[in-house]
Structure formats: C-alpha cells, structure tokens
Ligand binder design. Structure first.
Ligand code: HEM
Length: 534
C-alpha cells in the first residue's frame, strides 16, 4: 500500500491527477445543463422497458433512425413534441411536422441553425477560422459571396462544360474510348469530377487543376465529418484535450490550403489595388487591372471584401478559408445527390434515360449550345434531381436549430410547455418526403413526378425539405441546381449508362441520423459519339 502511495505522490503522476480532478469538479459544478421538459414523452421508449428506458430508447433511435422517423407519424409524436435521445447529439427535441412553418420563420436570435452546425461539426476544433461563422461582419460577407454565386452561376455554364470535357474524360473515358464499356465507381468518380468542376468556379482556371488544392480541399471535407462524429461520442470532460489532439491534421490541412491559395489571392489583391480602386468605390470598370476580370469565388470574395472596407476581409487567409468552407459545403452535398440520382437512373428504365437525353439534345439545338437558357429548359432533368433528392435526402430529420431565446420558446405544439434555451429542436423529414398521402407511390423513383407541378429542384416547402426550408434554407441551392443539371445533362449526352433494371439498387446506409450514399456502387458507362448539331 505504502509503495502505491509513494508512487502516486510523485509529481509527474500527482499533478495530472489533481488537474483532472479539479477539471471534473469544475466541469460538473459549473456546466450549464439543459433540463428538457419532463412532460414530453421519450420517442422509442416502450412501456415494457422496466430498466434503463432512456438508454434503450437511445439505442433504438441510434441503430434504426428510419423507424424513429416512421414512428413520428404516429400518436402522440405527430401532434406533440418528444425527447429524442440519440448518440452524440445531446438535448434533442423532435417537434411534429405541424411545427415546420413556425420553425422556419424564427430568426437566429430565437432558433439558430449555425449554432447547431457548430456543435455537429465541432467547429471550435475543425473550422479553418472559427470567426468566419460567428463574427457579424464575416457572416454578412458569406451572404454577399453566396449572392454573387447565385447570380453568376448561369453565366458560368460554358466554363462548367469546358471543365467537364476535361474531368469527364479523365474519370469516365475520352472520345477515343467510344467502343468500350467501362465500369466506374459512382461516388468516387462523381467526387473527382465535382472537385474539378466546383473549383473551376471557386478558384478559377488553371488553378483548379492543381493536384494539391484538390487533394487538400477533399481531405479536409472528408476528415471533418468523421472526426467531429468521433468527438461527439467522447466523454465530455476529455473533449477539450482529445478533441484538440484529434483535429490537429484537420487544422494542418486548412493551413496548407491557405498557403496554396496565397500567391493567387495576393496577385488579385495587388491587381485590384493597382487600379487605385478605393475601398468604397466599387465600379465595374475600376475593380481590377486583370483583363478580363476573373469571374470566380476568389474574385467575389475580394469584391465584397473591398466593398466592406475592412482589411481583415481581404486578408489572403480569410479568403482562402472562405473558399475551403465552400469546398466543404458543396462537394459532399453535391456528390451525394449526383451519386444517388445516377444509381436511381441506372436502376430505372431505358425510356427515362432516352427522354432525358432527348430533352437535353433538343434544348442544346434550340438554344445554341451549352448556356444558361439551355439549362433553364431542362424541366425533366430538374424534376429527376428533385425526385431523387426527395427519395434519398441525407437529412432524415430537418431544420436542426438551437434554442437561443433566454426564456426558451413555446411552439404551436408545445402549448404552455417551454422548450428551454440550449435545447436542439428538429422536425421529421424522412417520413414527410416518403408520405404516401403527399407523394403517390412514395417509395418509387418517378423521375418526371414534378414536371408541370410548378415545383422546381430548388423550391423548398414544409413537404420538401432536402434543402431545409425557410429563412435559413440552403443558400447554395441555386448554384448547386445549375451545376448539377449541367453535369448530369453533359454526362447523359456524352455517355451511355448500362441499365441495371433487374438488379437491386444498392441501398444507402444509415449512420445515427445521417444517410450515407452507397460508396462502393458501380455502374458501366460508354462514351457516345455526340451528334448534336448546334
Ligand atoms: C445538392 C446539394 C446541396 C444540398 C442537398 C444542400 C443541403 C443543405 C441543407 C439541408 C441545409 C440546411 C438548411 C436548413 O437547416 O434549413 C443547407 C444549408 C446551407 N448550405 Fe447547402 N446543400 C447543397 C449544396 C450547397 C452548396 C453548393 C453550397 C455553397 C457553395 C451550400 C451552402 C449552404 C449554406 C451556406 C448553408 C447555411 C444556410 C444558412 O444557415 O443560412 N450548399 N444545405
């Protein structure tokens, strides 16, 4: 015994023990705890659960979230809020679908979507620059840059197509390969093509083909969700240290990305300043000595930075971090949607593929080739994307928001019961988008379901939540819609896709409350001889 005591009293052992003990006491005594209303039922706990009902409900929700979402259609969950215990996401309250309109209208000061993203992605460790999400002037800049993106993307269709010629040939085969079928990994090739095409719009040509930029941007985007999910499962007291350690490689990649973009951003800033443009005199003529002025996200960031007059906004690292976040926000969401739609099509009917191809070829002929007008005419293709995103949305529970109001909130369904500050509310989405009463034949892929319905790919509603809904719905969806339609149209015109009508479509997998596309699924493609005359 005395030997053990002597051992423990050595400073190298004792000091960490004392620090840990002090931390634990401090943590548990001072941490603000969110006490969820006791009157709400716990979804997926059963009257027969005599022991550990909460833990058992948590287990069921975690391993089979789809069934939880279906349960949300039944009483009392379809009219009343419920506590939703789930691994790695504390303080969740599932609201009924009848609250969707109320939720989507609330300002950030009441229900904040960004705070939920902070928690989910552990941005205090993983963000290249935590201020980018928090500081008012950064948030305003993000919004302005997204506005540029929305208004400019139509004009950039020819650039997208130019990049597709290169990326498509690289991943799916070039013009010399028209006689052979080629087996391709859908997710892998879509990610590769998207990284090139999206970065053509983000950093411009030829920088977008720099291997290192693509590699670092992708690694960052792959690592953040994985490492943040791991941190969320850690025991609270060890999160600050272990979380920081686990994310060292992520932060290293962000610094690498900043270095890789630094020469280009500095060149652009110098070109701007070289014209003697004052911070507050942004005119189309005086903006930059680069001829022609680049039309890409680096330049949009620079323009809006100069308009703000705040030098921090045009610092090279600030702009590079914004571009890295764009890579993160766009590549995984878009490669998800493209992978799913290609698998849906490959496992559907030849007639669908023929009709889509015909629509694209007619639009190309009638509108003089690849441009904004052509893409705007593709109503069947637009409906196909919307239908696939409905069936496969990666957010089976939508509109996650943290309650920010000091006094908590009451929702239409909670009646007099207050949902406290710090709780995270969500609404069910999987069951809504698979509801037979809203979508007839809801489990079927009917690509032209929305043709003539007045509902385009980007339109959100309380019945269509693939991009969220309302005030804080996806800001990148207009960009994504043009980019994905151009990509899919170009691929359909340039490649035959071998139909796998009789084979089972590879299923997505569910990981807690995320849906993951079939990462290993393959299709067979063959380059076509393109005969469209335009
Ligand atoms: C098909 C691809 C995409 C899908 C399915 C998608 C989906 C979503 C969803 C579900 C949300 C949450 C909305 C809510 O909670 O109400 C969101 C938010 C957001 N997305 Fe997307 N997204 C896509 C592409 C993009 C792209 C390409 C960008 C930017 C380059 C982008 C930027 C954003 C931003 C900035 C937000 C936060 C909006 C806010 O809080 O105001 N997204 N997205």
């Amino acid at each position: 015994m005395s030997a053990i005591l002597a051992h423990l009293s050595r400073p190298s052992i004792l000091a960490p023990l004392i620090i840990t003990a002090v931390y634990l006491v401090h943590h548990y005594l001072t941490k603000e705890r969110v006490v969820l209303p006791k009157s709400f039922p716990v979804i997926n706990s059963r009257p027969t659960d005599r022991f550990f009902p909460y833990l058992r409900a948590k287990f069921r929700n975690t391993v089979n979230f789809k069934s939880t979402m279906m349960l949300a259609n039944t009483k009392p969950y379809n009219t009343k809020p419920a506590i939703l215990p789930l691994l790695g996401i504390p303080n969740l309250i599932l609201l009924p679908t009848t609250d969707i309109e109320f939720i989507q209208e609330q300002p950030r000061s009441i229900l904040d979507p960004a705070k939920q993203t902070d928690q989910r992605l552990q941005l205090q460790f993983t963000s290249p620059n935590p201020d980018l999400m928090d500081l008012h002037q950064h948030v305003a800049q993000n919004r302005t840059v997204m506005d540029y993106m929305t208004t400019q993307i139509g004009n950039l269709v020819p650039d997208l197509v130019d990049e597709l010629e290169f990326a498509g040939s690289k991943y799916w085969g070039d013009e010399a390969s028209t006689s052979e079928w080629k087996e391709v990994g859908v997710y892998k090739t879509m990610t590769g093509i998207l990284a090139l095409v999206s970065n053509r719009i983000f950093v411009g040509s030829p920088l977008n083909r720099t291997q290192e930029i693509i590699k670092v941007g992708m690694q960052y985007s792959v690592d953040v969700p994985v490492v943040s999910a791991a941190i969320r499962c850690l025991w609270d007291p060890i999160v600050p240290l272990v979380g920081w350690l686990l994310t060292i490689p992520v932060r290293r990649r962000a610094r690498q990305f900043e270095k890789l973009l630094e020469p280009e951003i500095t060149k652009r800033v110098k070109a701007w300043d070289g014209m003697g443009a004052d911070s507050d005199s942004v005119t189309e003529k005086k903006v930059s000595s680069l001829e022609p002025e680049p039309n890409d996200a680096i330049q949009w960031c620079l323009k809006s930075a100069k308009a703000s007059g705040d030098p921090l906004m045009w610092k090279s690292t600030t702009i590079a971090d914004r571009i890295l976040i764009m890579n993160f926000a766009s590549i995984h969401t878009s490669d998800y949607v493209l992978t799913q739609v290609l698998l849906d099509l490959a496992h559907s009917k030849q007639d669908y593929l023929d009709q889509l191809r015909e629509e694209v070829e007619t639009a190309l002929r009638e509108n003089g080739g690849w441009n904004k007008r052509t893409i705007g005419r593709l109503v069947k293709l637009d409906s196909t994307l919307r239908e696939s995103a409905r069936l496969n949305s990666f957010q089976p529970a939508a509109l996650p928001r943290v309650v920010m109001a000091e006094e908590g909130i009451k929702t239409p369904s909670s009646g007099d019961v207050v949902i406290p500050k710090g709780a995270v509310v969500v609404v069910p989405a999987y069951n809504v988008m698979h509801d037979e009463k809203i979508y007839k034949g809801a489990e079927l892929f009917k690509p032209f379901r929305f043709v003539g319905s007045g509902q385009g790919f980007v339109q959100t509603s309380s019945e269509y939540l693939a991009f969220g809904h309302g005030k804080y719905a996806c800001q990148g969806r207009f960009f994504a819609s043009v980019e994905l339609k151009t990509m899919l149209a170009w691929l359909l015109v340039h490649y035959d896709i071998q139909l796998r009508e009789r084979e089972e479509r590879p299923p997505s997998s569910w990981l807690v409350w995320n849906v993951i596309q079939p990462l290993k699924a393959k299709i067979r493609v063959k380059r076509r001889e393109v005969l469209v005359d335009f």
